[in-house]
Ligand binder design. Structure first.
Ligand code: SAH
Length: 646
């Protein structure tokens, strides 16, 4: 339980936000602050105090006894700018709590314990349930102690540092091989691979890759289970040997599994969202019957309810109270499908009654199987005492889906890189991009990130590599400057991608916008971007579009305006625009917008010197209404109140 204490109205506002975000995990302590802190300190595992650090230090100091048992204390200032991990950073979980509180309140976490400077994601950053010795395992990860990763499948995990090694890799430690110093070597810095597509050749492993290596096939069958156990035992034995050389402690273990597992003292299990439970119910089936059936079915199959991603049923049962309530109790969405769609799916246990009632011979099995997966538990009926069963369920395990984030880095300046882009770059275990763009964000990469960078011209290769890595189950970020969808990697990548991966697009500030902000307000009315590169687009097509923009009197931003081998296109394009615009029409030339060596000039169609334009430049040509006003380029919006006076 997390005790929340505040003294002022502002503090109470923040406190209530946190309480609302974490119902059931938090308890508000009212009344005089000293007493409230005292009670919370005695009753809670952790405290969040919405008070100045000085006040909290004074209140808490007399209560402290033992690092191992004292609650972790986090202090949030009343302006909600900082969440300070004050006491019990590791043992009390205050560092993690400060991060989590920051996530809710949008403040900055302040963590001063040395190991956290290593920039390692918390086990809970995925949003997946975590069970077991979270604090101990997190500490082992942070401390650079040996940690084993055992995953049932490749999941798109974030990068973790080199001390987190897959079980199988640990088994590769040859007898007598020198033990590595904890934290040294593998993956302690982002890894690099200059040859795109070289894939898994490099020796270091990210967490996601580790998960791939450690992946052990798990089926619903006893035989497969036995294989899993055997593999685990081999790995564990080897690990135990390795661990003896490295440290007297048993290594910590991170498991990624939907199976119910007996966890050791220094083990956690991450619950991936791998299971879908199909549910059928007759009208009026009680929620307890549906929920009880699901829980019993999962338990008997050795599966964790925490890995259930959704319940699924037929459209006709979308409002069935018992099913709706069961989904709510499990905290998962209810997905429903049309009977005709379900009727097309072959299942082991079709039957007459559902066909008559809702138009498909099976509900539970088919609904869970929509989109594929492995039927782990075929249809089962509830067994209420003294009456007929009213509910059925079936459990399907879905293939993990890799994750491809297509991330725009903005025009160059760090503060024009969006927070979301930053998060996605750090979320990915594999980063794919042009080397010069990778340079732009290298400092943001987390330890263990696998970097696949390549030079100019390898677009197709980059697109393929990014998609292939995502299809292998990894979390991939494909980066591009500006917006990654504007004359960039998003289209070739998505043209390659199938629907078996999740794609997340992160918009970036494209060059036209960065340049416009420098020039003034050139895009105040209708505008268009045209790339003058005829490498992939025939010049006739480009020319037709320039002509159309000229005739339609649209402001034009030229991307890729001129290179050493392509010098006649820009003058030609400008001459087409000049057929419909005055020679005095303002033209903005912005080079390296937002970068330290950036320049910008305002000129006119007639006066533009093409020699001042290169591939680091965009050229913005005004429409017939555009003006230079006070040294800035302005395309009028056409407001009546502005034209009246002129
Ligand atoms: N995806 C990028 C565009 C890639 S095409 C974006 O959204 O911005 C490459 C062209 O973009 C360059 O030739 C240049 O015309 C333009 N460009 C990219 N970054 C720029 C910057 N910082 N300043 C000026 N032009 C830029």
């Amino acid at each position: 339980m997390i005790g929340l204490i505040s003294a002022t109205a502002a503090g109470a506002v923040a406190r209530d936000r946190l309480a609302a975000a974490w119902p059931g995990r938090t308890r508000v302590y009212d009344g005089p602050v000293r007493e409230a802190v005292g009670r919370a300190f005695a009753e809670c595992d952790q405290l969040v105090c919405f008070l100045a650090t000085g006040a909290v230090v004074r209140l808490v100091a007399p209560l402290l006894s033992d690092k191992g048992s004292d609650p972790g204390v986090v202090c949030v200032d009343e302006a909600q700018r900082h969440a300070v991990s004050l006491v019990g950073g590791h043992g009390g979980g205050a560092n993690e709590l400060a991060l989590a509180v920051s996530g809710v309140l949008g403040c900055a976490p302040v963590v001063t314990t040395a190991t956290d400077a290593t920039d390692i994601p918390g086990l809970d950053t995925l949003g997946w349930p975590v069970e077991g010795a979270t604090a101990a395992v997190t500490r082992a990860i942070l401390d650079g102690a040996p940690v084993t990763l055992e995953a049932d499948a490749v999941w798109p995990l974030p990068p973790l540092p080199g001390n987190v090694a897959p079980a199988v890799a640990a088994a590769r430690v040859a007898p007598g091989a020198p033990a590595e110093a904890p934290g040294a070597g593998t993956g302690s810095a982002p890894e690099h691979d200059r040859a795109p597509g070289a894939g898994h050749a490099e020796p270091d492993v990210s967490l996601a890759e580790a998960a791939a290596i450690a992946a052990v096939p798990v089926g619903g069958l006893p035989g497969a289970m036995a294989a899993t156990v055997a593999a685990g035992v081999v790995a564990e034995a080897a690990l135990a040997d390795a661990a003896q050389e490295r440290s007297p402690d048993t290594p910590a273990v991170v498991r990624v599994s939907d199976r119910v597992l007996a966890l050791g003292e220094r083990e956690v299990v991450l619950r991936p969202p791998s299971l879908v439970v199909g549910v059928g119910a007759s009208r009026g089936a009680p929620a307890d019957e549906v929920t009880g059936l699901i829980e019993r079915t999962l338990a008997e199959a050795g599966l964790s309810a925490a890995s259930v991603a959704a319940l699924a049923t037929v459209d006709a049962k979308a409002e069935e109270a018992g099913i709706v309530e069961a989904a709510a109790r499990l905290g998962v969405p209810l997905r429903t499908y049309a009977a005709e769609e379900l009727a097309r799916i072959d299942v082991p246990n079709p039957s007459g009654p559902p066909l008559a009632a809702v138009g498909t011979p099976s509900v539970a099995e088919t609904a869970a199987l929509v989109g594929g997966g492995e039927l782990l538990v075929p249809k089962r009926k509830s067994a209420p005492e003294g009456r007929a069963a009213m509910a059925t369920c079936a459990v399907v395990r879905k293939e993990p889906r890799g994750r491809l984030a297509v991330v725009g880095l903005g025009p160059g300046a760090r503060d024009l890189l969006t927070p979301r882009a930053r998060d996605e770059i750090r979320r990915a275990s594999v980063l794919v991009g042009l080397d010069q763009y990778v340079d732009q964000i290298r400092d943001l990469l987390r330890p263990g990130t696998r970097v696949l960078e390549s030079g100019l011209g390898a677009e197709e290769e980059r697109a393929r590599t990014a998609v292939a890595e995502a299809r292998a189950g990894h979390a991939v970020a494909l980066i591009g400057s500006g917006d990654a969808g504007v004359y960039a990697m998003a289209s070739p990548a998505l043209a390659e991608a199938s629907d078996d991966i999740d794609v997340v697009g992160v918009p970036g500030v494209t060059a036209a916008l960065a340049a416009a902000a420098i020039l003034g307000a050139p895009l105040g009315h209708d505008h268009v971007s045209i790339s003058l590169s005829d490498l992939h687009t025939p010049w006739e097509v480009i020319e037709r579009r320039v002509r159309a923009a000229a005739e339609a009197d649209i402001v034009v931003t030229f991307y890729n305006p001129r290179s050493r081998g392509r010098d006649w296109q820009l003058p030609k394009a400008l001459s087409i625009l000049a057929e419909h615009r005055a020679p005095t029409t303002p033209v903005g030339v912005v080079r390296n917008a937002s970068r330290p060596d950036g320049t910008s000039r305002l000129t006119t169609i007639a006066a533009l010197d093409p020699a001042t334009v290169d591939m680091m430049t965009v050229v913005v040509v005004g429409n017939t209404a555009a003006r230079e006003i006070a040294g800035r380029m302005v395309t009028p919006r056409g407001y009546r109140w502005q034209t009246e006076g002129s």
